[in-house]
Design a protein around this ligand. Structure first.
Ligand code: PEP
Length: 257
C-alpha cells in the first residue's frame, strides 16, 4: 500500500481575461472544485487588476488565488511596480516568481527571482518558483545544470524553514504553450533531481509542480509520477472544463491506494 502525496493544481492565466468572462470562469472553477477530493488543492494566479474579483468570487470556496509576479522592491517611487504586500491585501495566498516568460521578456536574472521569492515569503504568501531549460539547453545535455543553478540561487537566500514554504514548478521552456508536453518520464527525472536538492536543504516536502502543455488527456500520467505533486497550468486554465478535468486527474491519483 503506498500513499501518493496530496496534489496542487494552479492556473496561470497570464495576460488573459476581462471582468465578465472571468466571473463565469471563477464561478465555474469554485463550484467544480467543491466536488474534488480533499487531497487536491486548487489555485489560480490572475492578472493584478483582477485580484479583487478573485477575492470576491473565490472567498469561501476551495480555490485559492494570487498573482503572477511581484516586485523585488518593497515600497517607494517605482512607477508600475506591484509589491508583494499589495498582493496579500487582496486575500491572496500565492505569487508566481521566475516564470520563463519573465526571465526571457523582462531579462529577469536568477538573482532577481530569488529576491522576489524572499519578498513573497515576507508578505506571508507562497512563492511558486518556476524553473526550466530551453530546448537548446536540453539538447546540449544541460538541463540539470540549468535548473539546478536556478533553484540553488533561490535556496541560497533562504533558511531551510523558509525553503520549506516554497512551491517549485518545473516548466521546460520548450513545453510551455507549445502543445508538446515533456513526457512523464522526462518530467519525473527532473523532479527527482530537484527533490534531491530540496531534501539536502531540509525542504524535501516542497510541492513540485510540472508545467508545460498539461491538458486533460496527459495530466493523469504526469501526476502519477512519484515526484510530481501537481501542475502549473497555462492555456488549459482558461477553460473551466479543461481546468477542472486536470484537477480531477490530480484527484484520481492522490487518493490512498
Ligand atoms: C505556463 O505558462 O505556466 C504554462 C504551463 O503554460 P501552458 O500550460 O499553456 O503550456
Amino acid at each position: 500500500m503506498s500513499k501518493q502525496r496530496a496534489k496542487l493544481v494552479v492556473g496561470n492565466w497570464k495576460m488573459h481575461g476581462r471582468l465578465a468572462e472571468n466571473a463565469v470562469l471563477l464561478e465555474a472553477v469554485a463550484q467544480g472544485a467543491g466536488a474534488l477530493p480533499e487531497s487536491v488543492r486548487v489555485g489560480v494566479c490572475v492578472p493584478f487588476p483582477y485580484l479583487a474579483q478573485a477575492q470576491a468570487l473565490l472567498q469561501g470556496s476551495r480555490v485559492t488565488w494570487g498573482a503572477q509576479d511581484v516586485s523585488a522592491l518593497t515600497e517607494g517611487a517605482y512607477t508600475g511596480e506591484v509589491a508583494a504586500p499589495m498582493v496579500a491585501d487582496f486575500g491572496s495566498s500565492l505569487a508566481i516568481v521566475g516564470h520563463s516568460e519573465r526571465r526571457a521578456y523582462h531579462r529577469e536574472s536568477a538573482e532577481l527571482v530569488a529576491v522576489k521569492a524572499q519578498r513573497v515569503l515576507e508578505a506571508g504568501l507562497t512563492p511558486i518558483v518556476c524553473l526550466g531549460e530551453t530546448a537548446e539547453e536540453r539538447d546540449a545535455g544541460k538541463t540539470e545544470q540549468v535548473v539546478g543553478e536556478q533553484l540553488d540561487t533561490v535556496l541560497a537566500k533562504l533558511s531551510s524553514g523558509e525553503a520549506a514554504r516554497l512551491v517549485v514548478a518545473y516548466e521546460p521552456v520548450w513545453a510551455i504553450g507549445s502543445g508538446q508536453s515533456a513526457t512523464a518520464q522526462q518530467a519525473q527525472d527532473v523532479h527527482a533531481f530537484l527533490r534531491a536538492r530540496l531534501v539536502a536543504k531540509g525542504a524535501g516536502e516542497v510541492p513540485l509542480l510540472y508545467g508545460g502543455s498539461v491538458k486533460p488527456d496527459n495530466a493523469e500520467e504526469l501526476f502519477r509520477q512519484p515526484d510530481i505533486d501537481g501542475g502549473l497550468i497555462g492555456g488549459a486554465s482558461l477553460h473551466d472544463q479543461d481546468f477542472l478535468a486536470i484537477c480531477g486527474a490530480a484527484g484520481a491519483v492522490s487518493v490512498t491506494q
